[in-house]
Design a protein. Structure first.
Length: 476
């Protein structure tokens, strides 16, 4: 492969947004036709910026400044017509739902194809070809908001394939995917590799992608470094064992939440059936299930936002629901005002405000910023910090707090949740960090509306936190 001409070359590429610091700082790398390259890096390292620079959108759409050369098939991308570049290089973004124009999948695909070709018969032929290639034929009459995360991602791949691109860039493709949808995405990658497409995958949650990638690059300090041998040599010794840092939790077994024969339905569809859950004070309960399994519905019923169709709930604690769309948790223009308002509405006074603001500063959050300007991880940490400090007797109901975060951030948030005596019920669609602390929590699986005790298996082991930190720091 290295004897052939590079498909894409980055020659001392620097990039920054208007009036900002340089994010890319002399990137030098070559990508070859037909290879799959996985790019990893901490949050904020510049992975999405790299994709924007390569496609030319960094300058044209985001008003950034680029130095150096980005060469595609021997030509600087600045010399290429945008429509030509659009057909050759396609980006599949983080949130696939943002890329639908028409509500019905069939119409969305067809309108996109018609934009590319002006011949109706040819458009119909391309349509039929790509929906068969991507296994979408049984979904084409659905509205995009009815698609699961994996199905929506597959639809976006179909749109990308309509122009028969040479290079496809995936930006955080596993974000919001449950474990089943992740397997579906991996099948898509294998299929694209068989088509000899060149793939660049930018991903935090990279473990499932290691074995199907030809190379692994780390983006750190604005440059790319090849870490293929380090990543691919991850052995059982690098997998997580029980973390000895967290003290095992031990409380008085006082039941503060209990559901008895709880059922719920939407219209005639039964979502939850015969849920019997008992939660003791101080428990950390993990509810694992695929997207659409009813996890959010269950949390909202426990919080009192929804009434169950049948069954009873016993509560002996305050309930605080932290939604998956974390921005919905916030209402005020600054973190400081957010704290002041929640302390005021709960009648906790100035002492609450003062103590809580100090704790928020201690976790590295600027209290004068708008909560909406914080990163996703910071918003999650802030919501947790606020929630667990507004009542001594509280149950935190946390919906998918790990989505879109690096392994390091996921593990550190989970570890933080295990360090106090507050009761938590956490919904998650992924088990990739759970094994590290499996003895510190109760783990259940929600499947086909019923709740089962989850049986841990060796397949659930995940990459060690210290290994990842060393990798990101470049000390390995």
């Amino acid at each position: 492969m290295r004897n052939q001409q590079p498909l894409l070359e980055l020659r001392d590429v620097w990039f920054r947004y208007k009036d900002g610091e340089w994010i890319l700082r002399g990137v030098k790398e070559s990508f070859y036709e037909g290879e799959t390259v996985l790019i990893i890096g901490e949050a904020g390292s510049g992975k999405t910026t790299l994709a924007r620079a390569v496609t030319g959108l960094g300058e044209t759409l985001y008003g950034g400044e680029l130095k150096g050369e980005i060469v595609y098939r021997g030509r600087d991308i600045k010399e290429l017509d945008f429509s030509e570049l659009f057909k050759e290089i396609r980006v599949v973004g983080q949130n696939p739902y943002n890329y639908f124009i028409e509500p019905l999948l069939r119409e969305d695909l067809m309108s996109h194809i018609r934009y590319l070709v002006d011949d109706e018969k040819k458009a119909e032929k391309i349509f039929n070809k790509i929906i068969d290639m991507t296994r979408l034929r049984n979904l084409i009459n659905r509205y995009f908001y009815e698609l699961s995360g994996g199905e929506a991602r597959r639809a976006l791949i179909a749109k990308a394939l309509a122009s028969d691109p040479v290079l496809i860039i995936f930006d955080e493709p596993l974000m919001w995917l449950d474990d089943d949808s992740t397997k579906d995405f991996l099948m898509n990658i294998v299929f694209l590799k068989e088509l000899r497409k060149t793939l660049i995958i930018l991903e935090h949650r990279f473990k499932p992608l290691i074995n199907i990638s030809d190379r692994v690059l780390l983006l750190r300090d604005g440059v790319l470094k090849d870490v293929t041998s380090k990543i691919k040599s991850i052995s059982r010794e690098k997998m997580s064992k029980e973390d000895p840092v967290v003290t095992k939790r031990s409380f008085d077994n006082k039941v503060i939440l209990k559901t008895i024969d709880l059922w719920h339905r939407y219209d005639h569809n039964i979502i939850l059936r015969n849920i019997n859950l008992s939660v003791d004070k101080g428990d950390v309960v993990m509810i694992y299930g695929s997207n659409g399994s009813g996890k959010t519905t269950l949390l909202k019923i426990l919080a009192g936002y929804l009434r169950p169709w049948r069954g009873r709930i016993y509560r002996d604690a305050d309930m605080m629901y932290i939604p998956q769309n974390i921005s919905l948790f916030y209402t005020e223009e600054s973190v400081k005002k957010e704290v002041q308002e929640i302390c005021r509405t709960r009648g906790l006074g100035e002492r609450c405000t003062k103590d809580l603001l100090k704790k928020i500063v201690d976790i590295g959050i600027d209290i004068n910023l708008s909560p909406f300007d914080l990163s996703y991880g910071q918003q999650v940490k802030l919501a947790i910090e606020i929630s667990r400090n507004v009542s001594d007797n509280i149950i935190l109901l946390i919906d998918e707090p790990f989505s879109g975060l690096t392994y390091v951030d996921r593990i550190e948030i989970l570890k933080d949740l295990l360090t106090d005596d507050k009761t938590k019920i956490i919904a998650t669609a992924n088990l990739d960090i759970i094994s590290r602390y499996r003895s510190h929590m109760k783990i259940y699986m929600l499947r086909e509306g019923s709740l089962y005790k989850y049986i841990y298996s060796e397949a659930d082991e995940n990459i060690d936190l210290e290994f990842l930190k060393s990798l990101y720091r470049g000390s390995l």
